[in-house]
Design a protein around this ligand. Sequence first.
Ligand SMILES: NC(=O)c1ccc[n+]([C@@H]2O[C@H](COP(=O)([O-])OP(=O)(O)OC[C@H]3O[C@@H](n4cnc5c(N)ncnc54)[C@H](OP(=O)(O)O)[C@@H]3O)[C@@H](O)[C@H]2O)c1
Length: 59
Amino acid sequence: MKLLILAANGQIARIVEERILTEDKFKDVDLVLLLRRASRLQSLKDRYPDRVTLVVAVT
Ligand SMILES: NC(=O)c1ccc[n+]([C@@H]2O[C@H](COP(=O)([O-])OP(=O)(O)OC[C@H]3O[C@@H](n4cnc5c(N)ncnc54)[C@H](OP(=O)(O)O)[C@@H]3O)[C@@H](O)[C@H]2O)c1
């Protein structure tokens, strides 16, 4: 399953993302993360390259 999170660098969003990527019950969930500056979540992409897709939001 793919889960889209908007404003993915927000405080609450980052807590959710960390839980999804580390907890076994969410192991089948991949993340599509939309944010204005993708570099802010590059470390997450580096840790989970197969499960995280970063999308730049144009505002
Ligand atoms: N934290 C709480 O305890 C709490 C409690 C109740 C309700 N809420 C509500 O829940 C929401 C998220 O809270 P939070 O604490 O996680 O907020 P936050 O850390 O301030 O994150 C908000 C996110 O929204 C993005 N954003 C703001 N304006 C934007 C725009 N014009 N276009 C695109 N993206 C935009 C920011 O993106 P960038 O990273 O690109 O700047 C940021 O990542 C807020 O609406 C808040 O009012 C929070």
